[in-house]
Design a protein around this ligand. Structure first.
Ligand code: ATP
Length: 258
């Protein structure tokens, strides 16, 4: 891994929702091998930008280069199949499926067999299912869920359900993992453990991470680079220490507290 390839490059992105300019001329870049954060006060446009990157919201102007390809107009499934996999701000766990099956749905994005194989239960189907199960078990263990795999996912405590989502995203074997507020609803201990896990995702699995998050301790502790949005525009980009000292950023956050 070179550590310097650009895995994600948004250039001049504009998004309008009716009369609201959610994003104006946004440039955002994620280098391979980094944890890159997108921060900003409420309503700044962070989730909208993640939605543009993952193909859930089209941009009215601009370009999205993802994993070395122009994906500005590519559908969401094509982006995730290419290796850009995201999690969501709100829990997206299939509550009645068991824990292992939930994570296997992530693996199904990359381990493929045709519908005929599934219907006729061919050897290709069994090989595929075996691989999905292996991947799911590996990722559950990685995130620290090493028991209760047969429980309905909805019966796990909230913090573990968030880890389960992460395991499911990892089972899809991303090159770029897009995390939307992964610490939402977690307590301080769980948030610290999450920070360590995100570091291990970069360092042990070699996965590049782009993260939207409000928890500043987490962001300042794990990020290699930070981009700050305010009212849909980028007001700063830099290292955590550069961002902490930036007067425009400080003013944007103070404005939010006022
Ligand atoms: N589907 C939509 N239709 C209309 N307006 C929208 C839509 N989605 C977002 N917006 C508006 O776009 C702006 C940016 O919203 P967005 O959710 O991206 O901000 P955010 O930075 O993620 O906020 P938060 O930190 O509160 O989650 C806001 O003014 C929001 O009200």
């Amino acid at each position: 891994m070179s550590g310097h390839d650009v895995l994600l490059h948004c250039q001049g992105v504009h998004v309008r929702f009716g009369g609201v300019m959610a994003l104006t001329d946004v440039d955002f870049q994620v280098l391979e091998g980094t944890i890159t954060a997108l921060i900003g006060p409420n309503g700044a446009g962070k989730t909208t930008l993640l939605n543009v990157v993952s193909g859930m919201v089209p941009c009215s102007e601009g370009r999205v280069e993802l994993l070395g390809r122009d994906m500005t107009r590519a559908p969401a499934w094509e982006r995730s199949r290419a290796g850009a996999v995201r999690t969501f701000q709100n829990l997206e766990v299939f509550t009645t499926m068991n824990v292992l099956e939930n994570v296997m749905t992530g693996a199904h994005r990359v381990v493929r067999y045709g519908p005929i194989s599934a219907l006729l239960k061919t050897p290709a189907y069994f090989r595929g299912e075996h691989r999905c199960r292996e991947l799911a078990e590996e990722k559950l263990t990685f995130v620290g869920i090493d028991s209760d795999w047969n429980l309905p996912a909805g019966e796990l405590p909230y913090g573990k359900q968030r880890l389960l989502e992460l395991a499911r995203a990892l089972a899809a074997q991303p090159r770029l993992l897009l995390l939307d507020e992964p610490a939402a609803g977690l307590n301080t201990t769980e948030t610290r453990a999450l920070a360590e896990l995100i570091r291990r995702i970069r360092d042990e699995l070699g996965i590049t991470v782009a993260i939207v998050e409000h928890d500043m301790d987490l962001i300042m502790g794990v990020s290699n680079a930070i981009t700050v949005l305010h009212f849909g525009q980028v007001i700063a980009s830099g290292t955590p220490s550069e961002i902490q000292k930036n007067p425009e950023v400080v003013a944007a956050y103070l404005g939010e507290e006022a």
